[in-house]
Write a protein that binds this ligand. Structure first.
Ligand SMILES: *Cc1c(COP(=O)(O)O)cnc(C)c1O
Length: 383
């Protein structure tokens, strides 16, 4: 067995992170505020454009939690969430005692279906007499969702959108950055994401009041007073100045990282597309630009004489290569089994057939070749 494991997505440090972190230590800014936090927020604002405001927080999950609070979600409210996503998209709904309503994906982008979304809203209004309080839209694996269509539905029913762009920093839709479309957006800088702060997140909005309020809530909701005075429940969600230093270094290489992930994706397409039964998550047209955070494929056993994604996953694992099934839809997760779901089986089929391939920006050409060779071995009789 190959001893050097090939991972799905590893952190990839550049050359400047250590300088920013060392500066934090040398100047004794080892706090959840400081020049690196300010600098990191500025860098993100410049990168995203569109005159957004940014608050650096300590996780993407905390960012989604504050996002829902800012949108006024309270106990008993219903919140619509894409079902085909990581559990962290929906857990914050539960933190607030609110009720997730899950909506299926469509086939083109694998993200929220505008048709099922509208159907869900209408049905919830009929059943509860109330409009859902917010919509959580996800750009899965970096692929922008059908944003125009989703926003049209959201605006029609006047429901705010919380954009979960945790996987989509560097992705664009109609040449505008993902993370700038929702009333509020969440980014993540967890270790496996396109760039990292070892752990971190950011709340993004064009509404400065939301961002100011996010910073207030994230730093224990202290009123102005010489003593510690509180008239609201606060949180400890701010990013530390040390972690923000890593983020500042990572921002210098973000464009390279997007390029490297997209090159991985090209490589896999070039060497696997001839296999009947393998399909890729693909930009539907030029409006969509994915960072291809992860390269994802589906394997249809009807076209591969019964070879499944699990056949391939186990074969890769035997060679010490990490791959992973696509996210299990949240409406199938035991923790959300009592929630409503609107859909047609699209995300279930993607889950059954889908596989994420090693996609880190740190992968070498040799490693990519090895992954491709190991995948192809499963299909030697078929090509
Ligand atoms: C990673 C991720 C999150 C959570 O971000 P953390 O920084 O790990 O808390 C939320 N949503 C999606 C879609 C993610 O991939």
């Amino acid at each position: 067995m190959n001893t050097q494991r090939i991972h799905l997505s590893l952190s990839h440090i550049g050359s400047r992170e250590y300088d920013f972190v060392r500066e934090a230590f040398e100047t004794n800014w080892v706090t959840p505020l400081g020049p690196n936090v300010d600098g990191f927020e500025r860098d993100l604002k410049t990168f995203l454009g569109e005159d957004v405001y940014v608050a650096a927080l300590n996780t993407g999950t905390a960012t989604l939690h504050l996002g829902l609070i800012l949108l006024g979600v309270k106990i008993g409210d219903e919140v619509i969430c894409q079902s085909f996503t990581f559990s962290a998209s929906a857990n914050p709904i539960k933190y607030l005692g609110a009720v997730p309503v899950f909506v299926d994906s469509e086939r083109n982008t694998w993200n929220m279906s505008p048709e099922h979304l509208e159907h869900a809203i209408k049905d919830r209004i009929t059943k509860t007499g109330k409009c859902p309080k917010a919509i959580i839209l996800v750009h899965l694996y970096g692929m922008p969702a059908k944003i125009d269509e989703i926003l049209t539905v959201a605006q029609k029913y006047e429901i705010p959108v919380l954009e979960d762009a945790a996987e989509a920093l560097g992705s664009r839709y109609k040449n505008r950055a993902c993370g700038t479309f929702g009333n509020i957006a969440a980014l993540s800088f967890n270790g496996n994401k396109i760039i990292t702060t070892s752990g971190g997140g950011a709340l993004v909005s064009k509404n400065e009041e939301y961002v100011k309020k996010a910073i207030f809530l994230a730093t224990q909701a202290r009123d102005t007073a010489p003593h510690y005075q509180h008239s609201q429940v606060g949180y400890n969600y701010r990013l530390s100045n040390v972690c923000a230093g890593i983020g500042r270094g990572q921002m210098l290489v973000l464009r390279d990282r997007v390029g490297q992930r997209r090159r991985n994706n090209q490589f896999y397409r070039k060497h696997l597309s001839d296999i009947k039964g393998i399909s890729f998550q693909t930009e539907p047209n030029d409006d969509y630009f994915s960072n291809y955070w992860l390269t994802t494929i589906t394997i249809n056993p009807v076209q591969t004489s019964g070879i499944t994604r699990e056949t391939v996953r186990l074969a890769l694992e035997a060679e010490n290569i990490e791959s992973r099934p696509l996210w299990k839809p949240l409406h199938l997760q035991p923790v959300f089994s009592d929630c409503s779901f609107y859909g047609d089986g699209t995300s279930e089929a993607l889950f059954e057939q889908g596989l994420c391939l090693p996609s880190g920006s740190i992968l070498t050409e040799d490693e990519l070749e090895k992954v491709v060779a190991e995948i192809r071995k499963n299909f030697t009789d078929l090509v």
